[in-house]
Design a protein. Structure first.
Length: 152
């Protein structure tokens, strides 16, 4: 499956965005999921994608979510991620395979320049849809837990 990078483009968003929170942030959660009509935003809650324990936990949380929500369109928000290792890329490829096996889709957004370079150097920017900016991700970050943002 070949995908392309979408510079300065936003993913299509449903009208009247109203998040349904599927997970609550906590000290043990590595990802916070918020459902917005046909897309779920998964905000990564840690800055360094470097330890194997974090990567295993991240993959486990995301793949568990994908299996519980077949057909989900998942947008992973990387705005907090400052560092990414090759091992993290391997975990993302595993996550993508699970998404595909459950008839879901996965895209990435809000990558810092150094994180985006890792994708470009490894040519994985051609394997994932990557969005520079995303209104849904911004709203998921700005919306207090359990409240609804304004309609788009």
């Amino acid at each position: 499956m070949m995908a392309s990078t979408h510079e300065n483009e936003d993913i299509p968003a449903a009208e009247n965005v109203a998040p349904e929170t599927d997970s609550k942030p906590s000290e043990i959660s590595l990802v916070r999921f918020k459902k917005h009509k046909s897309t779920t935003v998964g905000t990564i809650l840690f800055p360094n994608f470097t330890s194997s324990k974090q990567m295993d936990g991240f993959r486990s949380e995301v793949t568990s979510y994908l299996r519980k929500h077949p057909g989900v369109h998942l947008l992973l928000d990387f705005h907090r991620v400052e560092h990414l290792t090759v091992g993290a890329l391997t975990e993302l490829l595993k996550i993508r395979r699970v998404a595909e096996s459950t008839d879901g889709k996965i895209a990435l957004c809000s990558l810092r320049e150094n994180v985006r370079r890792v994708f470009e150097i490894t040519s994985l920017d051609e394997e994932f849809h990557i969005y520079d900016f995303c209104v849904l991700a911004r709203r998921a970050r700005a919306t207090p837990h359990g409240t609804e943002p304004h309609a788009m």
